[in-house]
Design a protein around this ligand. Structure first.
Ligand code: IFM
Length: 471
């Protein structure tokens, strides 16, 4: 941000979604089941069978985006639509869908930012071991080539594998996400294969689309010690190795962090699935780092679930979202500045947002003032990080639409646009109007005019003025 408070020309302002969370149409045009179809059916959970019906409604959704001034849209390509069995035959109808969508976005002045993998692994591959099998990375390379050869002439920014930490930990250590396993060693094996998949995708992007910019979107948490006690400080550093450095270091430095490696070997034995040459591939030069930021972690020295640190619950007095996550813009600033200092890589904010469940009031307006306040706070933090030297290419809010929040189903709303899942009616929320105004101005605006009540007061009573930058 320069002295007038504007963002650089060419800044990407957008929103993000992923295929299984919004598309629905799970049986359309040759799509085969993914692990999330199986997982949700097996547990009787909300599924993505209909979701936001974005597969059919994307043209109207793209019109909505254009009307909100968005100039970028992050979406994901569904592997089970494009190569339904994971390897082998390509499903032209699935590919054509994204081909049309990319053209439709470009016609509206919206830069397409596809993610190659956002968790909907073809079930056929899961049946052959899924991400525990090294061969899945070869299958991913094949699928990536198909995507690049079809869309690569029009896509300027590619994202590889979304949030390997979440897949590995929620899917393979805690059993909360597909495929629902619970084993630390398996989760580390999977994390390595996901990083390898990122590496092979980067290599293919370099070969086939040399002009495109590409990188991996990581879920990143600033980890703060609960006190200055050296034991808490060491615990926070350990936790940060687990959530952040285990992914950042191999991707951006071509090596795993020694302290976290030593800890994992103590806990699960030799990490002998890491083979010679893997880290060279994983460390293939990235053009950008995708930053998915939602909240911070406060850490104390104590054992929890077999790991030598404890994650504390939300601190009293700190605002929280409606899913209970601490809403701390200052931590976003710390994260971005820390990434810049440590890794000096261009940053693309590929996700940021939170749960506020407001629906339409009787007058039809959605007053999601918690989201307006948080968006304002996080954009202020972002602009301060830019002032402090972070190279930021854009900001993509999570999410465009209220969608399937994985294991939480439709109970948690992250969207700028409200979706009535019974009728598929879309309603632009107050947060989206505020965001549209920010984009038009290309600078952070005081949200006061977008909030009801006296001088932009917010849900937690904090002032909505331009000076409000969180704790
Ligand atoms: O909805 C998810 C998204 O798919 C990945 N990142 C976090 C979001 C909110 O939990």
């Amino acid at each position: 941000m320069n002295a007038t408070g504007t963002f650089p020309a060419g800044f990407l302002w957008g929103a993000a979604t992923s295929s299984y969370q919004v598309e629905g149409a799970v049986d359309a045009d040759g799509r085969a089941p993914s692990i999330w179809d199986t997982f949700t059916a097996g547990r009787g959970m909300d599924s993505g069978a209909v979701a936001c019906d974005h597969y059919h409604r994307w043209p109207a959704d793209a019109d909505l985006m254009a009307g909100l001034n968005l100039n970028a849209y992050r979406f994901s390509l569904a592997w089970p639509r494009i190569v339904p069995q994971g390897t082998g035959a390509v499903n032209r109808a699935g590919l054509d869908h994204y081909d049309r969508m990319v053209d439709g976005l470009l016609e509206r002045g919206i830069t397409p930012v596809p993610t190659l993998y956002h968790w909907d692994l073809p079930q056929a591959l899961q049946d052959r071991g899924g991400w525990t099998a090294r061969t899945t990375t070869e299958a991913f390379a094949e699928y990536t080539e198909v995507c690049l050869d079809t869309l690569g002439d029009r896509v300027p920014v590619w994202l590889t594998v979304n949030e390997p930490w979440v897949v590995s930990v929620l899917g393979y250590r805690l059993g909360l996400h597909a495929p629902g396993e619970r084993d630390l060693r398996t989760s580390l094996l999977v994390a390595h294969h996901l990083l390898l998949a990122h590496g092979v995708a980067m290599e293919r992007i370099r070969e086939r689309c040399p002009d495109a910019r590409a990188g991996i979107p990581l879920s990143l948490f600033p980890n703060y010690p609960v006190s200055a006690d050296p034991a808490d400080v060491a615990a926070a550093r350990g936790s940060e190795g687990y959530t952040n450095r285990w992914y950042l270091d191999p991707v951006l430095r071509g090596r795993y962090p020694a302290d976290t490696w030593a800890l994992f070997e103590r806990l699960v034995g030799p990490l002998d699935f890491v083979q010679p040459g893997d880290l060279d591939l994983i460390g293939t030069r990235s053009d950008l780092l995708g930053v998915n930021y939602y909240t911070r972690r406060r850490i104390a020295a104590a054992e929890q679930d077999g790991l030598p640190w404890r994650v504390l619950p939300a601190q009293e007095g700190v605002p929280v979202t409606e899913s209970g996550w601490e809403d701390v813009p200052a931590a976003f600033h710390d994260l971005l500045v820390g990434l810049h200092r440590e890794y000096d890589v261009p940053l693309l904010i590929t996700e940021n947002g939170g749960v506020w469940n407001a629906g339409p009031d009787p007058d039809g307006r959605v007053r999601d003032h918690g989201r307006v306040r948080a968006l304002h706070g996080h954009l202020r933090a972002l602009s301060r990080a830019v002032d402090d030297g972070a190279r930021v290419l854009g900001y993509l809010h999570w999410s465009l639409l209220d969608n399937l929040e994985w294991a939480e189903g439709y109970a948690q709303r992250f969207g700028l646009v409200h979706v009535d899942h019974a009728t598929q009616r879309r309603t632009v929320k107050d947060s989206a109007r505020y965001y549209a105004a920010v984009i038009a101005a290309n600078r952070v605006l005081d949200p006061a005019g977008h909030l009801d009540g006296p001088a932009g007061s917010s849900a937690d009573g904090s002032p909505g003025s331009a000076g409000d930058d969180g704790p």
